[in-house]
Design a binder for this molecule. Structure first.
Ligand SMILES: [Zn+2]
Length: 62
């Protein structure tokens, strides 16, 4: 895993959180939902990145 640093305070104490259940991201196309994984600075609370667990659910159907 690459070394991640907080852009706000320079801390490298990065924790991981998840958004799930009612806070999960929902696709407009399929109405399927996917949980979100967030990298969070445990010193200042900055959210460094957020990504969905199952990005394939968000592909456009054409
Ligand atoms: Zn920070």
């Amino acid at each position: 895993m690459e070394q991640t640093k907080c852009e706000k305070c320079g801390s490298s104490n990065i924790g991981q959180g998840t958004l799930d259940g009612y806070a999960a991201m929902q696709s407009k196309n399929t109405l399927l939902g996917s949980g979100i994984i967030a990298d969070i600075c445990t010193d200042c609370g900055e959210i460094l990145s957020m990504r969905v667990k199952e990005p394939k659910k968000f592909k456009n159907k054409k």
